[in-house]
Design a protein around this ligand. Structure first.
Ligand SMILES: Nc1nc2c(c(=O)[nH]1)N[C@H]1C(S)=C(S)[C@@H](COP(=O)(O)O)O[C@H]1N2
Ligand SMILES: [Mo]
Length: 438
């Protein structure tokens, strides 16, 4: 927001076609979109423009004022760094693999996956924010402030992996619609909050409870007031696990705005979509939650494998639960040059939904042979595990390093893209990096 203000004349683009492309193109131009990306209020935006906006009521949600679109400033998301933006309406941005090298993902590198329009940043006040526990299977519906949650329940911190169900979607053929995530819709920061179980139990869980569903403060992308952007949930069993949190902090600090400030649900190991951001309400349900994006094909895959491109009937889908085993090489960065004769350190993370990872292997010969990497235990359940190894290249040339993890049940990552599905979920194919040895 610390831009030089421009006069009103700057609102009018010199080249309307070009301005149009910049304003509406899904492709990201090197323009400033800070005004919107920080979720600034209309007032704040007027301040940036140096003028009021008489026709503000006609401005489509997410429109970038041309005055800002004309700037050459790089695309920025408040509190984020180095992310690759896949979509800016709504914001979806992933993390390049080499920026995920930390054991605990720094807040600035956690990906952003928005289904709708986040609440205005300026309108979020953690002091007055409330969370309502409700639903037909909640015996004593109660509303809590964040201070009350902190006061009444004990605090817990866990490192939790959150991966979007669509991570890896870009590799499916035929292409699945949706954000074309490559490998970067995953993160594993620490979250601090109270156990969902403690809060639900304090409100009385009826015997017929089977599911919880969340509601957030974001709005549907169309701006429609009567439609949720997303409202998903998990079966009671998952909700009541020790690690299922109602969190107000990430890595010991406020949760970043785009990641759900000031309060979010975190159910690690399941598709990120069950971890509701800007959390306002949790319903304890006597049936499978039926909120937005609970019905197939959202976050669902065919119950049985199908040929690529097949149309699948709604009743033949199952809702994704625990995510499959996967790994990511975070060092070195793909495309590096490496000196012949020197061993090269390779490291990364592996995770397996609700399960732990038992082994990680790497290959430098396109999967012909594999060597076992050393693998750390997770600091707690549902956190990813660090693997490290050293590889040596026999002669100069082009190599790829591949990594393959195996979960505690012996399930291995596939070397190629696994079962095609209509929405492109659950691609856990081996990650690979390119190395030029010379
Ligand atoms: N309220 C709300 N919660 C949400 C979403 C959303 O759009 N709105 N997106 C979900 C999806 S699909 C994912 S993958 C995760 C992503 O979390 P992040 O944006 O903090 O990385 O949040 C989930 N929770
Ligand atoms: Mo997601």
């Amino acid at each position: 927001m610390r831009r030089q203000t421009k006069g009103l004349h700057a609102l009018y683009a010199k080249d309307p076609v070009d301005a149009d492309r910049k304003l509406w193109g899904r492709q990201v131009d090197p323009v400033s979109r800070r005004g919107f990306l920080t979720g600034s209020s209309l007032l704040a935006m007027s301040a940036v423009l140096g003028a009021s906006i008489p026709f503000a009521r006609f401005m489509p949600g997410g429109l970038i004022p041309a005055a800002l679109a004309q700037s050459d400033e790089a695309f920025e998301i408040e509190g984020k760094e180095g992310l690759r933006v896949l979509n800016d309406r709504p914001i979806n941005a992933e993390t390049p693999a080499h920026l995920l090298d930390d054991d605990i993902t720094p807040a600035r590198y956690m990906f952003v996956r928005n289904n709708g329009l986040p609440p205005e940043r300026a309108e979020i006040d953690p002091a007055t924010w409330t969370l309502e526990i409700t639903g037909e299977s909640c015996q004593n519906p109660t509303t809590f402030t964040i201070a009350e949650l902190k006061e009444r329940f004990s605090e817990h911190t866990y490192q939790l992996q959150v991966e979007c169900g669509g991570n890896g979607r870009s590799e499916y053929v035929p292409a699945a619609s949706g954000n074309q995530w490559t490998t970067g819709a995953v993160a594993c920061p620490t979250f601090t909050g109270v156990r969902l179980r403690d809060v639900l139990e304090a409100c009385g869980i009826a015997d017929d409870a089977v599911y919880i569903g969340y509601y957030g403060a974001d709005r549907h992308a169309s701006g429609a007031a009567d439609k949720e952007a997303i409202s998903r949930g998990v079966p009671m069993e998952k909700a009541l696990e020790d690690e299922s949190l109602i969190a107000w902090a990430m890595n010991g600090e406020d949760i970043p705005y785009q990641n759900g400030y000031p309060l979010r649900l975190v159910c690690g190991g399941w598709p990120g979509s069950v971890s509701g951001k800007w959390l306002k309400q949790i319903a304890v349900r006597n049936q499978k939650h039926d909120g937005a994006k609970m019905a197939p094909p959202s976050y669902s895959v065919p119950a049985n494998p199908v040929a690529p491109g097949t149309e699948v009937a709604k009743e033949d889908f199952v809702t994704i639960q625990s995510m499959p085993v996967k790994s990511l090489i975070t060092y070195p960065r793909s495309g590096i040059e490496h000196a012949q004769g020197q061993p090269m350190e390779v490291r990364g993370h592996a995770w397996a939904g609700d399960l732990s990872v038992s082994e990680v292997h790497t290959s430098i010969d396109f999967g012909a042979t594999w060597q076992k990497a050393s693998l750390n235990d997770a600091p707690n359940r549902l956190a990813w595990q660090r693997f490290t190894t050293q590889v040596e290249f026999p002669e100069p040339g082009y190599y790829e390093v591949w990594a393959r993890a195996v979960d505690e049940n012996g399930q291995s990552q596939p070397m190629v893209v696994p079962g095609w599905n209509p929405k492109g979920y659950l691609n856990n194919a081996c990650h690979r990096i390119a190395v030029q040895v010379g």
